[in-house]
Design a protein around this ligand. Structure first.
Ligand SMILES: Nc1ncnc2c1ncn2[C@@H]1O[C@H](COP(=O)(O)OP(=O)(O)OP(=O)(O)O)[C@@H](O)[C@H]1O
Length: 361
């Protein structure tokens, strides 16, 4: 990278980010366990996972705020971390960052805030103002250059933060839960806006969030992180239709997971309320877990699947039946036009192609 202009000369055809076997141990506790991740130029990957799974730690390693204990990382082809011995300083990585709290300077106007990283790199004033104006125009704030952050809405401030992150045309932008401080409604509309903007700008980005809807709205691919590992990385649609493990299905709350066994190509659960032909390829006899996604069931008087109604919830335009399959699993719900008494058994039709079977390890 040219330290004066902040231009990154490493190849744009290289992956925006490449992590190979990244590990991180705090004291004696392994927090990241061999993370492999490759982000193509123009791709947005969300790191999605429960609190403590290591998302922020991985992001901080990419930013250069933490060194890994093991593994290598490249940004746009440039080696930025190699085990615990070599780590390029954050400011030498040429990346953009957007944080939870926007971190805008209250005493600088929008244009000066956006131009700030260029000022740090010693660009002449005319050049940095021109580039800051361009970045503001790209996020749709061309006419707000003179305004101060305190006079902007939360959404506008977030767009200023994005303009500042992209002003030096970084090969990679890191987002650390940028919408998590906002209330739900604003978060949803901003996620939609941010997703559209990231695609239009053709940015390469890592986007950390624990909000599934936000990850699905914003990212091309979502990496589900569980216990310091990437349990699965795929498009949102593929995660839902083909979760790699029961844990991924459970974290994404796709439907009910029922323990049982396969015998002669038939899955049965011990409570005997579920008995279906085992979906997919040949399965060996033995203990297994069946995933019944919410999208696989519908009420039907003569359906093959039986469930007990645990709760009937009135929702204004319909009822939502919370179902119990006899093992205390209440994660399946089914809409209904009419109320059903608690404890009543109902029949369900099944879309067998959507069922998923996991053999017990
Ligand atoms: N500097 C540190 N020293 C010791 N332990 C740490 C340090 N930083 C993080 N951890 C631990 O590493 C684990 C992962 O933290 P991390 O912040 O990466 O999780 P996260 O997935 O981003 O969670 P959240 O969504 O709550 O931010 C946690 O158990 C945390 O307590």
């Amino acid at each position: 990278m040219d330290m004066k202009t902040g231009e990154t000369h490493s190849g744009r055809g290289e992956p925006a980010l490449e992590a190979i076997g990244i590990g991180k141990t705090f004291a004696t506790t392994p927090i990241l366990k061999g993370i492999d991740l490759r982000i193509a130029p123009g791709e947005v990957v969300a790191l999605l996972g429960p609190s403590g799974c290591g998302k922020t730690t991985l992001l901080r390693i990419a930013a250069g705020l933490l060194a890994p204990s093991a593994g290598r990382m490249r940004i746009a082809g440039q080696l930025v971390a190699d085990g615990a011995h070599h780590a390029l300083a954050p400011e030498a990585r040429g990346i953009g960052m957007v944080f939870q709290d926007y971190a805008l300077w209250p005493h600088l106007n929008t244009l000066a805030n956006v131009a700030f990283p260029l000022r740090m790199r010693g660009l002449p004033k005319a050049e940095r103002n021109k580039r800051a104006h361009d970045a503001l125009a790209r996020v749709g704030l061309a006419d707000m250059a003179e305004r101060f952050p305190g006079t902007l809405s939360g959404g506008q401030q977030q767009r200023v933060a994005l303009a500042r992150a992209i002003v030096a045309e970084p090969p990679l932008v890191l987002f650390d839960e940028p919408l998590s401080n906002l209330d739900r409604e604003l978060r949803e509309s901003l996620a939609l806006e941010m997703g559209t903007l990231l695609r239009e700008l053709n940015l390469s980005a890592v986007y950390v969030t624990h909000d599934q809807a936000e990850a699905f709205t914003i990212a091309n691919r979502v990496a589900v992180m569980l216990g310091g590992e990437i349990a699965q990385i795929a498009t949102p649609e593929a995660l839902f239709s083909d979760p790699a493990t029961p844990e991924v299905a459970q974290f994404l709350n796709i439907g009910a997971l029922i323990d049982g066994e396969i015998r002669a190509r038939e899955f049965r659960c011990h409570g005997r309320m579920v008995r279906v032909t085992a979906p997919g390829e040949d399965h060996a006899d033995g203990p297994a877990r069946l995933l019944i996604p919410r999208t696989a069931i519908a009420r039907s008087d003569h359906g093959p699947l039986k469930a007990r109604v645990a709760r009937c919830q009135f929702q204004g335009d319909r009822y939502l039946l919370h179902l119990d399959f006899g093992e205390g699993d209440r994660s399946l719900v089914c809409p209904s036009d009419s109320p059903v008494a608690q404890g009543e058994m109902i029949s369900l039709a099944l879309n067998a192609t959507r069922l998923r079977l996991f053999a017990h390890a």
